[in-house]
Design a protein around this ligand. Sequence first.
Ligand code: GRF
Length: 296
Amino acid sequence: MSSHTQGHEESGATARPGPPGPSGRLRVAVLVSGGGTNLQALIDWAKQGRLEADIVCVGSDRASAYGLVRAQQAGIPTFVVSYEKYLKGPLDEPAEEALIASVDARQRILHDPDGESRRDRLRRLIAAEKEILAHLEAHGADLVCLAGFMRLLTPFFLGRFRRNDRPGVVNIHPALLPAFPGQHGYRDTYRYGCKWGGITIHFVDEGEDTGPVIAQAVYPIWDEDACEDVQQRGLHLEHIMYAQVINWIARDRVRLVPRPGGRPRVCIEDPLYREVVGSWVEAAFRTNPDVELRRT
Ligand code: GRF
């Protein structure tokens, strides 16, 4: 697993995945870039009293993200960090070279062979991440859930935002990793001609969609499906899975087990684990009534 060591070069103002709030409940920040149907599902679970965590803020890199509207309608504080400003404009306080070099040595998201332009990009990403961290700290967030957030986080952010020395950032990906990483999980699954699609929820590490897998589930893809049918069926599954995984984390049921020489394994300590996973796959068969109708 990612060992985001917190070297001395990373000290300074930062978000602290703080103690649980007065209620003792997990405080979740959700980051979105788009429509936010996953966020909506979490909000709905929370309203129904089924989410064992509080959504304390919603952040975005895009002021126009509809997810922000969903949050505001639910009375959740929002913030926007303009990556464009950091990526294109002058930097007020560029991070020091030693920090950039240390982050560059650990990161696996930027592959530009030109070290100078790679480090320039890192410097800019870190500046944006510092602003996000300040918002997370202000809201006392314990856990960050990426829900369609289209920016890659650097080891700087991941090293700063940890939960009691455990990974603090979780992502939901619309494919059965390690198949089809990247931005188009549904499209890539569909175009490949897969008979099953999948969803993966994982801790975020230094790579793109490479972190330890927390939960996965699959759904069938029928011959007559269009790509939109596949996405709709998968999203339905996403909406059930994300809340469940947050609940497992809130109940401290998620264990990251290191394995010498191999990837760490995430174990879920829930006696009902098999039933839960079974219910996901069953739900995936039941969903998409439009498709079922069309087939009769
Ligand atoms: C989801 O498919 C999620 O898996 C991926 O981005 C999409 C976000 O969708 N990371 P939404 O904004 O939650 O509707």
